[in-house]
Design a protein around this ligand. Structure first.
Ligand code: NAP
Length: 478
C-alpha cells in the first residue's frame, strides 16, 4: 500500500530533516515518519494560498464543482486504501473506517453541487432611486485544524465547502493521524486542485507555532477548528484578539441518550450501542451518558449489558472486530481513572470495568449501573467504550439532567409517543437531536453544537455559508 509521508505545500511534496513517528494504536508500531514543520513553512503555505486565491475564486462554481467531483470519484475509487490508513493510524475497525471514508468523500460531491446555488438576494428598496442586492463571495484563505478521531471526514467537511466556495485552505492535521490527510491531498492534486489552493502542514513539536501563524496572520481570513473545547476556546480567542477573522469551532460534547419508559427497548439498546461504542466511544457525538426511566431501568440495563459483553474487541484490521484500541496511553489512563472513581463512589460494572487483554491501549466495553449526577462519567466527555446508566423518574427530571452541562452538541432519546417526541426534542439544549436512532451524521445536515460545543455548522446549506461573505451593494442615484 502506498503511504504518502511528506507534507504538501504550494503544490509540492515537502520533506524535512526533523520528522515524527506515526504509530498504530493497536500495536504501537511505527507506520511512517512525517515532517515536523514549523512557523516558517506555515507562513509559506499561507502565502501560497493567498497567491492562489484570486484565480481559484475567479473560476465559475461549475468549474470548481468539476474538480470537486473528480476528487470525490478518486476518493471513492481509493476507498479501500483510505479505510486501511484510517484504521492503521486511528484504530477504528475497518468497516467503520470504510463508512468514514464514504462519509468523508460525500462532502466533496455535496458541496461542489451546493456552491452552484450560493445565491445572493435582491432586497425591496426603501428609496425609489436605489436598488439593493447582496452578493456571496468566498472569504479567502482559510486555516484548518482537525482532530484524530475522524482522520478523513473532519478534513473534507471543511476543505470541500471552502474549495467549492472559492476559498483556499491550509490544513494542519492531527499529529496522531496525518497520513490520511496526506493521501487526501494527493488525490486532490490528481483531481486538478491547483498549486497553493490546498496545502497540508504536518507538525508535532511546533503545533503551537503553526497555530499562532493561523490565528495571527492577516492573510488568513478564516480559522476553522475541530477538537477539544479547551484548545478551541484558546485558538478562537487568539483569532479574534489579533486579526478579528471569521471563526468556526466544532468542539467537545457530553451527549445524553434518554430511554423513556414507552420506548421500544430493543431499538434503544441497538441505538445506544451504535451511538456509544462507535470508534470505541471516541466521537464527539457519542452518547456519553445514558439516562433510563425508573420503570424500565432493570430490564434495559440487563439487555444493554448482555449486548455489550458480546462486542468483539481487537485490532481494527482483523475481520469482525467491533471495538478497536483507544488512541494513546493518555486516553486509556483517563478512562481507567474515570471508571475507577465511579466504582469507588458506588457505581457497579454490569460488564467490563477494566482494561482488555488485546493490548496496552484496549479497554473492555463497559456498562456502569448506579451512576450519579456528580460522577465524572456524567459530567465529562469519557471518550472510551464506557456506558454510564443514570436512573430518572420523570420526563422533566431527564431533561434537567440532560441539559445540566456546558456542552450542547448531540442528544438522543427513545420514545414511541409522538407528542412526547416533539416535547422532549424542543426542550433539549443541543444542536442535533436524534429520535429513536443512534447514528445520524451525513453531508446534507447542519452538524454543530450549542453552548461550549462550538460556533457554526458543518455540512448542509449552512456548511457552505461558513466560507462565504455576504456583500451588500447599493445601486443609487437613478
Ligand atoms: P485537541 O487536543 O483539541 O486537538 C485537536 C487538534 O488541535 C489537533 O490537530 C491538535 O494538534 C491541535 N492543537 C492542539 N493545540 C494546538 C495549538 N496550540 N495550536 C494549533 N493546533 C493545536 O482534540 P483531540 O483530542 O484531537 O480531539 C478530540 C476532541 O475533539 C474531543 O473533545 C471531541 O469531542 C472533539 N471533536 C469534536 C467534533 C465536532 O464536530 N464537534 C468532531 C470530532 C471531535 P496535535 O495533534 O498536534 O496535538
Amino acid at each position: 500500500m502506498t503511504i504518502r509521508s511528506d507534507a504538501y505545500i504550494d503544490g509540492k511534496w515537502r520533506s524535512a530533516a526533523a520528522r515524527f513517528d506515526v504509530l498504530n494504536p493497536a500495536t504501537q508500531e511505527v507506520i511512517a515518519r512525517v515532517p515536523d514543520l514549523g512557523a516558517g513553512e506555515t507562513e509559506e503555505a499561507v502565502a501560497a494560498a493567498h497567491r492562489a486565491w484570486p484565480a481559484w475564486a475567479a473560476k465559475t462554481a461549475k468549474e470548481r464543482a468539476q474538480v470537486l467531483r473528480a476528487w470525490y470519484d478518486l476518493m471513492m475509487a481509493d476507498i479501500d486504501r483510505l479505510a486501511r490508513l484510517i484504521t492503521m493510524e486511528g484504530g477504528k475497525p475497518l468497516a467503520e473506517a470504510k463508512g468514514e471514508a464514504a462519509y468523508g468523500a460525500s462532502f466533496a460531491e455535496w458541496f461542489g453541487e451546493e456552491a452552484k446555488r450560493a445565491y445572493g438576494r435582491t432586497i425591496p428598496t426603501t428609496t425609489a432611486s436605489r436598488r439593493y442586492v447582496t452578493l456571496k463571495q468566498p472569504i479567502g484563505v482559510c486555516a484548518a485544524v482537525t482532530p484524530w478521531n475522524f482522520p478523513m471526514a473532519m478534513i473534507t467537511r471543511k476543505a470541500a465547502p471552502a474549495l467549492a466556495a472559492g476559498c483556499t485552505m491550509v490544513l494542519k492535521p492531527p499529529s496522531q493521524t496525518p497520513l490520511t490527510a496526506l493521501a487526501l491531498v494527493e488525490l486532490a492534486e490528481r483531481a486538478g486542485v491547483p498549486a497553493g489552493v490546498f496545502s497540508v502542514v504536518t507538525t508535532k513539536s511546533h503545533t503551537g507555532a503553526v497555530g499562532k501563524v493561523f490565528c495571527e496572520s492577516p492573510l488568513v481570513r478564516k480559522f476553522t477548528f475541530t477538537g477539544s473545547t479547551e484548545i478551541g476556546k484558546k485558538l478562537g480567542a487568539a483569532c479574534v484578539g489579533s486579526t478579528v477573522k471569521r471563526v468556526s469551532l466544532e468542539l467537545g460534547g457530553n451527549a445524553p441518550l434518554i430511554v423513556l419508559a414507552d420506548a421500544d427497548l430493543d431499538k434503544a439498546v441497538k441505538g445506544a450501542i451504535a451511538s456509544k461504542f462507535r470508534n470505541a466511544g471516541q466521537t464527539c457525538v457519542c452518547a456519553n451518558r445514558i439516562l433510563v426511566e425508573d420503570a424500565i431501568y432493570d430490564e434495559f440495563s440487563k439487555k444493554l449489558a448482555d449486548a455489550v459483553s458480546k462486542l468483539k474487541v481487537g485490532d481494527g484490521q482483523a475481520e469482525g472486530v467491533e471495538i478497536g484500541p483507544l488512541i494513546d496511553k493518555h486516553a486509556i489512563e483517563k478512562v481507567e481513572a474515570m471508571v475507577g472513581e465511579a466504582l469507588a463512589s458506588g457505581a457497579v460494572a454490569l460488564t467490563g470495568g477494566k482494561k482488555h487483554a488485546a493490548g496496552a491501549q484496549f479497554y473492555t466495553p463497559t456498562v456502569l449501573a448506579n451512576v450519579t449526577r456528580d460522577m465524572r462519567v456524567n459530567t465529562e466527555e469519557i471518550f472510551g467504550p464506557v456506558a454510564p446508566l443514570i436512573r430518572f423518574k420523570s420526563e422533566d427530571e431527564a431533561i434537567a439532567i440532560a441539559n445540566d452541562t456546558e456542552y450542547g452538541l448531540a442528544g438522543y432519546f427513545f420514545s414511541r409517543d409522538v407528542n412526547r417526541c416533539w416535547r422532549v426534542a424542543e426542550k433539549l439544549e443541543y444542536g442535533m437531536v436524534s429520535i429513536n436512532e443512534g447514528v445520524f451524521s451525513n453531508e446534507v445536515i447542519p452538524f454543530g453544537g450549542m453552548k461550549e460545543s462550538g460556533l457554526g455548522r458543518e455540512g448542509g446549506v449552512e456548511g457552505l455559508e461558513e466560507y462565504l461573505e455576504t456583500k451588500f451593494m447599493n445601486f443609487g442615484g437613478f
